[in-house]
Design a protein around this ligand. Structure first.
Ligand code: ZN
Length: 142
């Protein structure tokens, strides 16, 4: 299969790992939509990602949410790149951002339900302010 060496997302840069996920204007707009209005300093290169998720975010549920956002952004960008390669259909970054927000909110809601189920057994009610979904709305723009 012939794969162009030019980025399929922006059509400008060479298709390298760091370009696709961090330097590309398309990817940048997806990352920025989640992190520019937060207090978290997001990674700007692939090598910074692992250090960032382990050391640059507050521990606990916020770190878990940041990890989920990171995984979702990576998946969505690669998925969009592959869709463009195989179908030539291009989606605006805002659609990708909206899709990630919906998936993450559903995931976080499910995680809150699982925590609630665990706590029901021990008769301990989770603090509503400590729920994943509450922390999402508190820290990430929707
Ligand atoms: Zn690009």
């Amino acid at each position: 299969m012939s794969v162009p060496s030019t980025c399929l997302l922006c059509g400008l840069g060479d298709e390298s790992r760091d370009h696709i996920y961090f330097s590309c204007s398309y990817s940048r707009s997806v990352w920025d939509s989640f992190f520019t209005q937060t207090s978290f300093n997001q990674p700007y290169t692939f090598s910074e990602v692992i250090r960032w998720v382990h050391h640059s975010t507050p521990p606990g549920k916020i770190r878990t949410i940041c990890k989920l956002v990171t995984q979702a952004v990576f998946y969505a960008i690669w998925n969009e790149r592959n869709k463009r390669l195989h179908t030539s259909v291009a989606r605006h970054p805002q659609l990708i951002i909206r899709e990630i927000q919906i998936i993450l909110k559903a995931k976080l809601y499910g995680m809150d339900q699982n925590v609630g189920n665990t706590n029901r057994i021990s008769s301990v009610r989770p603090n509503p302010g400590d729920r994943y979904l509450h922390l999402w709305f508190q820290n990430f723009p929707s």
